[in-house]
Design a protein around this ligand. Structure first.
Ligand code: KG4
Ligand code: ZN
Length: 349
């Protein structure tokens, strides 16, 4: 299956065999392009997809050397995401499907993040698939949710963010600390150098629910950073960098609060549904502190935690191939009238 992803700021195309084995996976990232504006500009993102989608396909063909007649289908992300970005991938996929007379399969981007845990790298040893019921935590720049999966196509949403996504909070606090874009990796790097670990940020538990809220954390960060600047005699302006040791401590405190809430709720969900495995996905799953905490928690529950390598946590074509293969086998086909669904929810099809 040839799989195409263009929902946000990465142009990804992959060749995936049997819904698991990656034969080629090429991603053209726009991170550097959007760094100057401190965030994604939708029009700029759509144009960059248009610029890079053909070269990315060429690279996949070079890496995997496939013939069109060997393909079973073409899978493409149709939502959620930025409308202009989605349309580039969708129209590219439609043209390829039409020209090469291949079936087209529409894939939900969020389901792709979940199925990244099923993927195997080209030379990776076989390993068993995650056992159901699965509890999946997907944390990215645009999404944060916990879902239960009872089989490959049945999802029950347990909870989601009521305001910002976890990655969005990392990005905003990263900017606040003058660490640049994207904030997630920068905060992780800064936090890893913290020698003082006294900064305490609030946790929004929202009672017993599996929902998340990160906007209070962001406000708290703004307040703490503001008073730290005042204390250091700096102007309260996001370009005024605090001393590195202070930045590191605040980054550590913020990260610890996010990780604590994400992990605690995931463990509670896993207990509540009697999960036999936990799957983690989305860009924030690249975070080492989150991975380590959840690995220890899953160990305590006696169930495996499956986390893709960081390159498969962020947006890529391979995860769309893994999710698409299952939809294809279930007989799902999209027509040439397939349209972008910018606010497509998980599970509703
Ligand atoms: O899944 P993704 O590539 O795109 C979306 O679908 O949103 O996720 C990007 C998000 C960004 O907010 C970025 O700051 C965050 O993932 N991220 C991280 C780390 N690496 C990426 N957050 C925390 N720690 C990281 N190491
Ligand atoms: Zn994503």
């Amino acid at each position: 299956m040839l799989a195409i992803e263009s929902s946000c700021d990465e142009t990804g195309i992959a060749l995936v065999e049997g819904g698991r084995r990656i034969r080629a996976d090429i991603v053209a990232s726009q991170v550097a392009l959007h760094a100057a504006s401190g965030g994604i500009v939708p029009e700029v993102a759509a144009r960059a997809h248009l610029r890079w989608i053909v070269p990315v396909l060429d690279e996949v063909r070079q890496a995997a050397g496939f013939h069109w007649r060997d393909l079973d289908a073409i899978a493409v992300t149709y939502g959620p995401g930025l409308a202009g970005s989605l349309l580039v991938g969708i129209n590219f996929a439609k043209a390829l499907a039409w020209v090469h007379e291949l079936p087209l399969v529409a894939v939900n981007h969020l389901e792709g993040h979940v199925f990244a845990a099923w993927l195997l790298d080209p030379a990776e040893a076989e390993r068993p698939e995650p056992e159901f019921p699965v509890v999946a935590l997907v944390v990215s720049g645009g999404h944060t949710f916990l879902a239960e999966m009872t089989d490959e196509r049945t999802y029950r949403l347990l909870g989601g963010t009521i305001d910002d996504a976890a990655g969005e909070a990392f990005d905003k606090v990263g900017r606040l600390l003058g660490l640049g874009y994207p904030g997630g990796p920068a905060i992780e790097r800064a936090a890893s150098t913290a020698t003082e670990r006294d900064a305490i940020f609030p946790r929004a538990w929202l009672g017993d629910s599996f929902d998340f809220s990160f906007s209070g954390l962001k406000t708290a960060a703004r307040r703490v950073v503001g008073s730290a600047r005042l204390g250091a005699g700096l102007p309260d302006d996001d370009t005024a960098r605090l001393p590195d040791a202070t930045t590191a401590e605040l980054a550590w405190g913020f990260q610890a609060a996010v990780v604590d809430v994400l992990a605690t709720k995931t463990v509670r969900a896993a207990r509540a549904v009697g999960a036999r495995s936990i799957v983690l996905g989305g860009g924030v799953a690249a975070n080492g502190a989150l991975r380590a905490r959840l690995a220890a928690d899953a160990d305590g529950l006696g169930i495996p935690l499956i986390v893709p390598r960081p390159g498969l946590c962020t947006d890529n074509g391979a995860m769309i191939g893994a999710a698409g293969a299952r939809r294809f086998l279930a007989g799902e086909r999209a027509g040439l009238d397939l349209d972008a669904r910018p606010s497509l929810p998980l599970a509703a099809r």
